[in-house]
Design a protein around this ligand. Structure first.
Ligand code: PMP
Length: 284
């Protein structure tokens, strides 16, 4: 696989980052994951905008212009022959001279890394046909979940708790309401209305979320942006989640209780189709 590190395209086994990199020592970095369908990038502009925002919130320099970043994405897709898959991008505050909590000087160059993940069949996932099972867990993350940092240990623990319970993912709960999934935004459907948590610092502002809500409204579906409880989700007609890597994914069980019929519902199924169709049309 060809990867990109700090301006160079290299075979993955030749790509290196310093042991003093602040991403490694302090999780002092941000990331984005963009999906590829038909060899084209889905919602590149949205990911580039959120990246700029995450960097800004952390007072980190953006080391690459958006048009150059697009070119790197395209070159990696080409070099690795990606038809369906993902592109992972990470920018950290770079390598300081030594380990120190205080940020290094402004002229320290950020570290930028990109690599591809080949996922043939990504859009045709069998999970989308059966739906997935989730558990609820307490949300123990920090309070700036709107910044897409590489500090992902708690979501990783949540994923392991889900697996231990025989499930696929965990929805995190704070003050009695669902915040989001370990790596996705959470939704329920009740009486035809799509309900998902409003944007704030409590959740990541999903790029897929923004697109799906826009498509839902364009299709005259009713959308309500507010917090919902686990009990409400268990009593819902449908549930689903969205992310750049899973698109729209039906959720059919929460803490052992079947949601709706226990099979993917019509709203989630339709939104997945619309999202994939519309996104492919405008992919770049
Ligand atoms: N919430 C969290 C916590 C996530 O990690 C992700 C995916 N990175 C999302 C939501 C979904 O965001 P997006 O649609 O931009 O992939």
């Amino acid at each position: 696989r060809t990867v990109y590190v700090n301006g160079k395209y290299l075979p993955e086994n030749e790509a290196t980052v310093s042991i003093f990199d602040r991403g490694f020592l302090f999780a002092d970095g941000v990331y984005e994951v963009t999906s590829v369908l038909d060899g084209k990038l889905i919602d590149f502009d949205g990911h580039a905008r959120r990246l700029a925002r995450s960097l800004g919130e952390l007072g980190m320099r953006n080391p690459i212009a958006t048009e150059d970043l697009l070119e790197v994405h395209r070159e990696l897709v080409r070099a690795n022959g990606i038809v369906e898959g993902l592109i992972y991008l990470q920018i950290t505050r770079g390598a300081a001279a030594d380990r120190d909590f205080a940020y290094p000087s402004e002229d320290t160059p950020p570290t930028i890394v990109l690599f591809t993940q080949n996922k043939p069949g990504l859009a045709d996932s069998p999970m989308a046909k059966t739906g997935i099972k989730v558990i609820s867990i307490e949300d123990q993350r920090w309070a700036r979940r709107d910044i897409k940092t590489v500090q992902l240990l708690y979501p990783s623990m949540g994923k392991m708790m889900a697996k231990a319970a025989g499930c696929d993912d965990a929805w995190m709960v704070e003050d009695g309401a669902v915040t989001e999934g370990t790596s996705n935004n959470a939704y329920i459907v009740k009486g035809g209305k799509i309900i998902t948590r409003h944007l704030s610092n409590d959740i990541l502002h999903g790029i897929t979320r923004a697109a799906v809500l826009r498509f839902a409204r364009e299709a005259q579906m009713e959308v309500e942006e507010r917090a919902f409880t686990v009990a409400e989700a268990q009593d819902a007609d449908e549930a689903f989640f969205t992310s750049a890597s899973a698109f729209v994914m039906p959720v059919v069980e929460l803490d052992g209780a079947a949601i709706g019929t226990g099979a993917p519902g019509p709203v989630a199924t339709r939104l997945r189709e619309i999202y994939l169709d519309e996104s492919r049309k405008v992919a770049i």
